[in-house]
Ligand binder design. Structure first.
Ligand SMILES: [Zn+2]
Length: 694
């Protein structure tokens, strides 16, 4: 799965969510067990020996962290995301399992068969590598670099991963009513370009282990050890060259750095060795005259590499991509070896998750809006949608009031900001209209082919947007997903049914806790519309400066404060050859801005709500004031145990800060926190000076 950055902006790292595998059923259990609903407010997570004014995260989560070690099939364990994800997936599994045994509708037959084929590991083992043979043959027949465009398109048409780059259709950043072709750098297998190019003992060791891993995989794919070692060296050489040609992900956060419109003719002049018209035509995307070449330098370098690197190296790279990219659906030895490197070595996960979990996720990933239709009937009552509408309206109101009171922003810019806010659209729960998967051929006996058909369907669905009007009702997440997003080109905020569950959202709990949890999520997504990236788009979703130069300058001074602040936060200690790991304040700036703004405006919305009920923020429930319950409800979302490997990988690749700093970094910037807990000015969580953007 490609984790390179594309909009929209998620609440929680999608890559992390994919990599984190929720807990297995208890060891030895033959059937999955239903996970409990997570408590919305739980005083038992609190470490009463800690001082909330010194380390609020430790205070709010310390006991939970102590009592909830990472399960052996996990690399990260988050009180909210992991537990809700686990429960949602269990409920999904129930549906898939019953559809596989006794389907009642054609839709159930389709997703039931998809799930059943994934579960049939005996059939997967029996077929061995035979399903890869046509791709291997096509790669072996490559006679010269001129044949790359047709070969890559042909592999793509069969759903075979091939690396190289990412291509698809997306809205035009500068005219969001248009849907255009976009091509992006890609082709790496390790999590980030740093893994290939940073000169340190830590990364040198990972590279050594990676080459050993590729060698083992190619032996499992049928090559001799000598051949496989040569192939692994080739893969390393090509991927390192692609890494060097890639733009740093932090720079790509600036939309101007990934927007370069080329005519197809000019793109071909940039890369004369690769005939794009052949590639585009063979994929069947349809004709177009211009496209966004997001990262031109990468394609220029790729063009050079296609000429300079021997053809045999490229063949090795393509064979590797085919095996690596489909490892989850290949025989057990390949599955296990892939796990051993990418999950165990890189992320510290001790054992693979149970097959039913893998297959439930795979079915959700492939046919999400088919499975989701039945899932929401069971798990998302209409009243939840109404209640969310009210919360969103309350948050919109408080963000509007916040904009009004900003001391640094001119009236002219405030008008623009309000206009943008007024144009926000909200999507809650699930789509009005479901995607039609009827053309996806599913064969109960052929897991890999089903995956390939689903991949081709998703690609064709995306390509089908080219030149068409934008459909505002489409969703970028499936209903059971535990996440949310803001899309700057759509200017919409999206909350799938999957996240609208306790401890995020709970009908039965007091408003303080709901505003601290889901209210803050809503505020977070809204603030993305005004972070360092979102603020560059207007209400129509067009990349257009709407701040005056003086306001932009004042805005940047404020975001620079946050960059420096988060740069100083350490996430992993130094030991041996390995240096301490700090957050990257620039990479995480948008998320940090959204977290800080979200907590502030959700708090304001809570004050309004309490006032309307003649209640005060200092009223107590079960020994905690409304304000304290608000901050605890917020922090308890983020109680987390993570392996050090995962922390280090996330610091390089994840635009979200480490969970400890998603709590402490935010509360120390919000003076209401210090007041709520009676902190003294100058204590770590109540500093004399702090950063504020919104
Ligand atoms: Zn976010």
């Amino acid at each position: 799965m490609n984790c390179s950055r594309l909009i929209p902006v998620l609440f929680f790292s999608a890559c992390a969510a994919m990599a984190q595998t929720p807990a297995a059923a208890p060891t030895g259990a033959s059937r999955p067990e239903e996970p409990k609903v997570v408590k919305s407010f739980d005083a038992s997570t609190i470490d009463k020996t800690a001082d909330p004014c010194t380390d609020f995260y430790q205070y709010a989560c310390g006991k939970w962290i102590e009592d909830n070690p990472i399960p052996s099939d996990q690399s990260s364990w988050v009180r909210s995301f992991s537990l809700v994800y686990e429960r949602n997936r269990y409920l999904l599994w129930q549906e898939l399992d019953s559809a596989a045994k006794d389907p009642k509708t054609p839709l159930q037959k389709q997703y039931g068969d998809f799930y059943a084929s994934c579960m049939d590991t005996a059939a997967i083992d029996r077929r061995g590598l035979a399903p890869l043979q046509p791709a291997f043959d096509a790669i072996a027949a490559l006679a010269g670099p001129g044949q790359f465009p047709a070969l890559l398109a042909d592999l793509e048409n069969h759903g075979t991963p091939y690396g190289f780059f990412n291509f698809g259709v997306s809205q035009d950043d500068k005219d969001s009513s248009q849907q255009i072709a976009v091509i992006y750098q890609g082709g790496l297998s390790l999590p980030d370009r740093d893994y290939y190019i940073v000169d340190s003992p830590h990364f040198a060791e990972i590279r050594k282990q990676y080459v050993a891993h590729v060698t083992k995989m190619m032996v499992l794919a049928g090559d001799t050890p000598t051949q496989a070692a040569k192939e692994a060296a080739a893969v390393m050489e090509i991927e390192t060259a692609l890494a060097k040609a890639s733009t740093d992900r932090t720079l790509l956060r600036d939309p101007e750095n990934r927007y370069h419109i080329y005519t197809v003719a000019d793109f071909e002049k940039l890369t004369p060795g690769f005939d794009w018209s052949v590639y585009f035509k063979t994929t069947g995307i349809g004709s177009f005259n211009s496209l966004n070449v997001a990262t031109p330098d990468f394609f220029k370098a790729l063009n050079g590499l296609l000429q300079s690197e021997p053809l045999d190296l490229w063949k090795s790279y393509l064979r590797w991509q085919a095996v690596h990219g489909q490892a989850s659906d290949l025989p057990k030895p390949i599955y296990d070896e892939n796990f051993a490197f990418f999950r165990k070595t890189l992320q510290g996960q001790q054992e693979p998750e149970a097959r039913w979990k893998i297959c439930s996720s795979a079915t959700d990933n492939a046919l999400g809006e088919a499975v989701g239709q039945d899932w929401v009937k069971e798990n998302f009552p209409p009243a939840a949608k109404e209640s969310m509408d009210k919360l969103v309206a309350a948050l919109e109101k408080s963000l509007g009031a916040d904009i009004q009171t900003l001391p640094w922003m001119s009236d002219e810019t405030k008008k623009e900001a309000e206009a943008k806010l007024a144009m926000f659209r909200n999507k809650i729960g699930y789509p009005d209209k479901w995607r039609d998967y009827s053309s996806v051929k599913v064969d109960r006996a052929d897991d890999l082919e089903n995956e390939q058909h689903a991949t081709v369907f998703a690609r064709d669905w995306n390509y089908g947007h080219l030149g068409k009007p934008v459909d505002e009702k489409e969703w970028g997440m499936t209903p059971p997903t535990v996440n949310a997003y803001y899309d700057p080109l759509m200017n919409d905020i999206n909350f799938p049914a999957g996240i609208l569950q306790p401890p995020f959202f709970d009908f039965t709990i007091d408003p303080a806790v709901n505003f601290g949890a889901i209210g803050m999520v809503i505020g977070h997504e809204m603030t993305h519309g005004f972070d360092d990236e979102g603020s560059k788009y207007d209400g129509k979703g067009n990349l257009r400066e709407w701040q005056t130069p003086a306001d932009r300058k004042a805005f940047t001074e404020r975001t620079d404060c946050e960059v420096a602040e988060y740069n100083s936060f350490q996430t992993a200690p130094a030991h041996g050859d390995t240096p301490a790991q700090h957050l990257n304040g620039k990479l995480t700036l948008g998320e940090n801005t959204a977290d800080n703004g979200g907590l502030r405006i959700a708090y304001a919305a809570l004050l309004d709500t309490l006032a309307a009920q003649n209640k005060s923020i200092t009223d107590k429930i079960d020994g905690y004031t409304e304000a304290q319950r608000y901050f605890l409800g917020f922090a308890q979302v983020w109680c987390t145990n993570e392996t050090e490997q995962t922390v280090r990988q996330a610091a390089l690749t994840d635009e979200h800060s480490d969970d400890r700093w998603r709590v402490n970094g935010v509360v120390q910037n919000f003076e209401e926190f210090g007041k709520a807990f009676g902190c003294k000015k100058g204590q770590p969580m109540y500093p004399v000076s702090s950063c504020r953007v919104w």
